[in-house]
Write a new protein. Structure first.
Lengths: 71, 71
């Protein structure tokens, strides 16, 4: 799941990913994710903001190393 | 940390919480969180949307049981 999400998004913390996706790409990602998750027990929560400026991001503490995006 | 976050927010998944907070309450929460986290290794990422309608939420799979908010 981590590998899949990283193909589409940046991994920012534990099970949290962030990125810009078209609706088509999001559908692709969720389609693939559904095949590996158990929909009875697992969940994926998507927060969508249509415009980046509508969402403020604040980081306290250590930001994930850039290297984590490559591994 | 879980206990602290739950005093201010709803626990929606693993280390992810959601809720409406005033700026004062957010400051309080972060102040308390900083006292228990290691800022060299841990992180808290806050996404803020000024208006709820600017953020769409989509859940795939199982939503956390309401009971989780009480435990």
């Amino acid at each position: 799941m981590l590998k899949l999400c990283r193909r589409y998004l940046n991994w920012i913390q534990n099970s949290v990913f962030e990125g810009e996706l078209t609706d088509v790409k999001l559908k692709e990602l969720l389609h693939e994710a559904k095949q590996m998750m158990n929909e009875e027990t697992d969940s994926i929560i998507v927060f969508k903001s249509r415009q980046e400026k509508w969402l403020d991001k604040m980081v306290v503490g250590k930001e994930k190393n850039k290297i984590d995006n490559i591994l």
